[in-house]
Design a protein around this ligand. Structure first.
Ligand SMILES: Nc1nc2c(ncn2[C@@H]2O[C@H](COP(=O)(O)OP(=O)(O)OP(=O)(O)O)[C@@H](O)[C@H]2O)c(=O)[nH]1
Ligand SMILES: [Mg+2]
Length: 320
């Protein structure tokens, strides 16, 4: 079993907490004949999410929405092939991949100091310092952005274009490791989640073919258009060339019959008794990928752009 310290960061409202909750839910619902995924909670925060996650369907809001402090999750995560001739070639052996995951969910405001009346700057400064300490020890990093902002009005879109400046700031405070040339962070795997892809597809005018439309877009290229060259230069500046990178679309809401999940988007069933049909209709999309990638470095759904950081420049040339 490996021990793994990971962080999830991204601007406020990027869907970080929803992604974590949807991941824990998706593991509990997972069923495929070739292999099994299991999570065992190791602390109360994780138990709380596992217990309350279906409230999402009743209220339309996650019971822990709008994260205001650093929240530690601690769980065991296991991936096991059901038979040795698994179609997933990356399971060479019959042994399960088990990791103990210490995951920290952070409020977007602690890194991406957005202005807003509700932000307590003194508290955010404190969380920011604590986050930097966690970052110094992190082996895994999940970065979340809101893919639907691609369609936002210009000033909002610029927010994504400036993400790199905030990242440069915290990364520069977390550097401890030495490396040939510039010092680098100790992160070994970094996964960029293009969250809320259901909303993006809806805004693009896709309906029943929304899910299919996502499969037609290269996540690395999308990230390049959304985040700009500055973001990728930041990765190259602070992470070692051997760092494994994954890029994928994710959606905590997921899709229903190929289209956006209107039950969640329009709030049908919200505020009412949860009915079985509402629970059955919630199928988060590609939310397992970030966590499987951090644990194993593998492309779980087959839809992840995986590469080493040292190959990034070459790959980005294709999109210029
Ligand atoms: N359409 C859609 N909405 C989503 C998705 N994921 C999250 N949301 C919504 O986006 C809002 C923000 O989600 P959160 O998970 O609270 O965002 P966060 O990044 O944790 O935000 P902070 O804790 O404030 O930093 C909520 O209203 C969610 O219901 C998604 O996959 N699709
Ligand atoms: Mg949150």
């Amino acid at each position: 079993m490996t021990d793994q310290n990971s962080l999830i960061i991204g601007p406020s409202n990027a869907g970080k907490t929803a992604l974590l909750a949807a991941f824990l839910y998706a593991v509990s619902q997972f069923h495929q004949k070739d292999y099994t995924l299991q999570v065992q909670a190791q602390n109360d925060n994780t138990r709380h999410v596992l217990k309350h996650v279906v409230e999402f369907l009743r209220s339309g809001q996650l019971p822990f929405q709008g994260t205001t402090t650093l929240i530690d999750y601690d769980f065991l995560f296991s991936i096991e092939a059901q038979h040795s001739r698994s179609v997933f070639r990356w399971f060479q052996s019959h042994r399960p991949v088990v990791s103990r995951v210490h995951f920290v969910d952070s409020p977007g405001g602690s890194v991406f100091g957005e202005e807003g009346e509700e932000i307590d700057y003194a508290a955010m400064g404190e969380y920011r310092r604590a986050l930097i300490e966690k970052l110094k020890k992190a082996e895994g990093l999940v970065l979340c952005v809101d893919a639907a902002e691609h369609n936002a009005q210009v000033d909002l879109q610029q927010k994504n274009g400036w993400i790199y400046a905030y990242l440069n700031d915290i990364f520069s405070r977390a550097i401890e490791h030495t490396h040939k040339g510039l010092p680098k962070l100790g992160v070994k795997r970094l996964f960029l989640c293009l969250n809320k892809c259901d909303l993006w597809a809806l805004q693009e005018g896709y309906e029943g073919d929304a899910q299919e439309s996502i499969h037609g877009v290269n996540p690395l290229e999308f990230a390049y258009q959304l985040l700009g060259q500055g973001f990728f230069n930041t990765l190259q500046t602070w992470f070692s060339p051997e760092t494994e990178l994954g890029f994928a679309f994710c959606s905590a809401y997921g899709f229903l019959d190929g289209g956006p999940n209107t039950l969640l988007l329009s709030g049908i069933g919200m505020g009412e008794q949860i009915q079985k049909q509402h629970v059955d209709a919630w199928r988060p999309f590609q939310v397992l990928d970030p966590f499987v990638f951090l644990a194993s470095g593998k492309n779980f759904s087959g839809s992840v752009s995986c590469l080493k950081l040292k190959d990034l420049s070459k790959r980005l040339m294709e999109f210029r």
